[in-house]
Design a protein around this ligand. Sequence first.
Ligand code: SF4
Ligand code: SF4
Length: 118
Amino acid sequence: MESFNRAKARLVASAPDRPGEQCFAEPASFQPIVNRLRCEGRGDCVEVCPESVFEVRRMEDADFDALPFFARLHSRAHGRKTAYTPNADACAACGLCVVACPEDALTLVRIGPSPAAR
Ligand code: SF4
Ligand code: SF4
């Protein structure tokens, strides 16, 4: 079971293409979206997220059934493991999960108003 890995989080923090707001976003203004066509449940997101947003577990039946045929085969080969975001409200938009994901399966989306719009 993966858990927070400070050294790994520090390593990916220097990625030039890191999105988000460097941890200065207000809570619940951003949220990571998992692309289940790409996620292989490797858990790098769990290791680098300082807010414990992610957990990796067996894909729920509804999500699995929604995958195309070959993606279901692919998912089975990885034990149907995928990332969920039970603590998404705590996301601080540091962007570390996006740059750490080896499968390019994460997108950080704004769900609240931008500071300029307030
Ligand atoms: S979202 Fe990316 S880093 Fe997280 S479990 Fe899936 S493949 Fe791994
Ligand atoms: S962007 Fe959000 S979900 Fe991703 S590592 Fe940072 S706090 Fe965690």
